[in-house]
Design a binder for this molecule. Sequence first.
Ligand SMILES: Cc1cc2nc3c(=O)[nH]c(=O)nc-3n(C[C@H](O)[C@H](O)[C@H](O)COP(=O)(O)OP(=O)(O)OC[C@H]3O[C@@H](n4cnc5c(N)ncnc54)[C@H](O)[C@@H]3O)c2cc1C
Length: 435
Amino acid sequence: MQQPPKFDVIVVGAGPSGNAAAYTMAQQGLKVLQLERGEYPGSKNVQGAILYANALEQLIPDFREDAPLERHIIEQRLWMLDDVSYVGMNYRSDDFNEEKPNRYTIIRAPFDKWFSRKVRDAGATLLCETTVTELIRTEAGKVIGVRTDRDGGVVLADVVVLAEGVNGLVGQRSGLRNQLKPETVALAVKEMHFLPRETIDSRFNLKGAEGVVIEAMGTITGGMTGTAFLYTNQESISVGVGCLVSDFKTGADSPYALLERFKTHPSIAPLLEGAEVKEYAAHLIPEGGYKAIPSLYGDGWVIVGDAGQFVNSLHREGSNMAMTTGRIAGEVIVKLYRTRAGFTTATLAEYHARLRDTFVLKDLKKYKDLPSFLHGNRHLFNTYPRVLSKAAQTWLRVDGADKRQKERQILSMVRKSRTVTGLLGDAFRLARAWR
Ligand SMILES: Cc1cc2nc3c(=O)[nH]c(=O)nc-3n(C[C@H](O)[C@H](O)[C@H](O)COP(=O)(O)OP(=O)(O)OC[C@H]3O[C@@H](n4cnc5c(N)ncnc54)[C@H](O)[C@@H]3O)c2cc1C
């Protein structure tokens, strides 16, 4: 019988985390096989998408020379919406028009293809349209390879990197991680609205490759825990909304209904007017934060990216955590390979130890109580936006009432919606969740 092929490392998945891991190891001369179930890298992937330059720079310092970037972000808008208004905070700075901008909008399909080309140029072998169905383990439980859906599709390796994204079915089937819980994962839907470049520039007050992003929350999610976004690309606008799966199970609204509500909101609709909608996609986002992180390593395996729940939902950071966890896993594997230390639970523990010193685990730990705070306080998504909007309107209308009267009206609104002690309690709990 023919022996199955053997590699130093198998990477399952060709998203940002798998690409970062495969690139790091292939560059250092390891024999890397990357398996991707999609027709091509990026074909199955959905993201807003904001790319954070720093994480990619650690891997490919000159990425700006040929990466398919859309716009660099010079303005961030944070909007709290009620049904007809928004209360917002905008930050725009010409400082972001720097030689090496810090954040970009991207479109995942071309970006993933570009990243994958770099991985292959570094020496990794990529096999697309190949789904890993299970891990192959010795009797003692050590992972020694994978089984795929190809004929006779067994491949062996010294270590397997699971970069399979949020669903993590291979890890689940093999008992390395638990099934996703509906309250720790969001379902996001997204559309691409195409408009001429000049129209986008004039609507958002942009020139050259400048871009604007809007992050929004409020009554658009019908009281469910979630947020919406609008990102400018060169000739399109990405629009999306996401809420916890547990809320969709009990709530009245479908994801598509929420997206419609966002798109037709009086503050959003004029930004999209006349656009041609070409793509609609849905994807899960891990939102459980620090407390939902599974075991990250074991005998012959490590988990990186979304499969490890590495998403900071408050700051909308996921791809940078994916790239950073992939890179660090790759660096640890290269070191163990060179020192012939073996890929055991004890040696691979260095991966977790190194992550503790990065922004990835530091940030997720900092916000560890935030998911439960947000999930337990729905009034943040409906009552507060309404009160804030009414208060702003009362204050801004000049109607003969004196300012002391206006103050009293606003205080009375706040009291009626939720007691002042309730507000103080929320502020206190938020500060604790944040600390
Ligand atoms: C709507 C939306 C908006 C987002 N916006 C942002 C944003 O603006 N900025 C940001 O940083 N992050 C954002 N994120 C999060 C970001 O997309 C993820 O954190 C990131 O893609 C994780 O990368 P990954 O490589 O771990 O997983 P993925 O990108 O999900 O890649 C996993 C890959 O593994 C493949 N795969 C899965 N199972 C198998 C298998 N069994 N065999 C072979 N291949 C397999 C998949 O096809 C896929 O290509 C957003 C996510 C969503 C859904």
